[in-house]
Design a protein around this ligand. Structure first.
Ligand SMILES: N[C@@H](CCC(=O)N[C@@H](CS)C(=O)NCC(=O)O)C(=O)O
Length: 239
């Protein structure tokens, strides 16, 4: 029998806690594969100290310095301790191949998709970062602003304007990608980790934005994004 895995995720003041897109990815994979897991919720400002203490491997910041991040997955069945959402997905796929998230040998392509998705989100992410600071403790919000403004310069503002237009532009690009396949998923009729990547950010927006702001995103591209999120939640048995 599979022993319970442990997912390290980020605390918030929202009911049920979860909000952060990178931990949402392994959460959805674990659900999709039907693996038993528990979550350890970590304060954003304590990620580094907690991950160092459990012996997790650091990631790299854009300036080359080490950064301890979540998600981290601990698997008592194998003794593995894995950092980074993509590496966790890859590990889970190799260790628990049933219900593939990289079907038809698609891991290399989906790794490229992950970078492409990140590139279209980042230019318009300021309103999302602004709202994210509102659902954390004051200490975590202060820390988040300090570390995230290295790559996404302040000021961050959720008011409707140019940054929202940049985010919408990114989604217009993603919409074109989705339009090129027959079926509701990125790979047509085949569900994959690519859809989990997109849904994790949508879940983030839905959790942290004001209702009218989420309605705005939901209305883009004929309602594609609210529908995709609902479809992924259903596929991963979250809804
Ligand atoms: N490439 C990593 C990025 C993870 C990441 O940036 N995690 C953020 C939270 S969403 C973090 O832990 N940041 C800590 C910091 O910046 O000090 C992944 O996909 O897991």
């Amino acid at each position: 029998m599979t022993q319970t895995l442990v997912l390290y995720d980020i605390l918030s003041n929202l009911p049920g806690n979860n909000w952060s897109p990178n931990p949402a990815k392994p959460r959805l994979v674990l659900n999709y594969k039907g693996l038993p897991f528990v979550t350890v919720w970590v304060e954003y400002s304590d990620i580094s100290i907690t991950m160092k203490a459990i012996g997790a491997k650091p990631n790299k910041r854009s300036d080359g310095t080490d950064v301890y991040t979540v998600p981290v997955l601990s698997d008592p069945n194998t003794g593995a301790l894995i950092s980074d959402s993509l590496e966790i997905a890859s590990y889970l796929e190799k260790t628990y191949p049933e219900k593939a998230v990289f079907p038809n040998n698609s891991e290399s392509l989906i790794r490229e998709f992950d970078s492409a998705h990140f590139r279209f989100i980042i230019p318009g992410v300021k309103p999302i970062f602004a709202r994210s600071t509102e659902i954390m403790s004051p200490a975590s919000a202060k820390f988040f602003i300090r570390v995230r403004s290295i790559d996404v310069p302040l000021p961050w503002d959720a008011t409707y304007g140019e940054d929202w237009a940049l985010l919408e532009k990114g989604y217009n690009t993603a919409y074109e990608w989705y339009q090129k396949t027959d079926g509701k998923w990125f790979m047509g009729d085949t569900f994959s980790y690519a859809d989990i990547i997109v849904a994790s950010c949508l879940l983030w927006y839905k959790r942290i934005l004001k209702e009218d702001e989420w309605v705005r995103i939901s209305s883009w591209n004929g309602g594609k994004w609210a529908q995709l999120l609902a479809d992924v939640e259903k596929e991963c048995e979250l809804a």
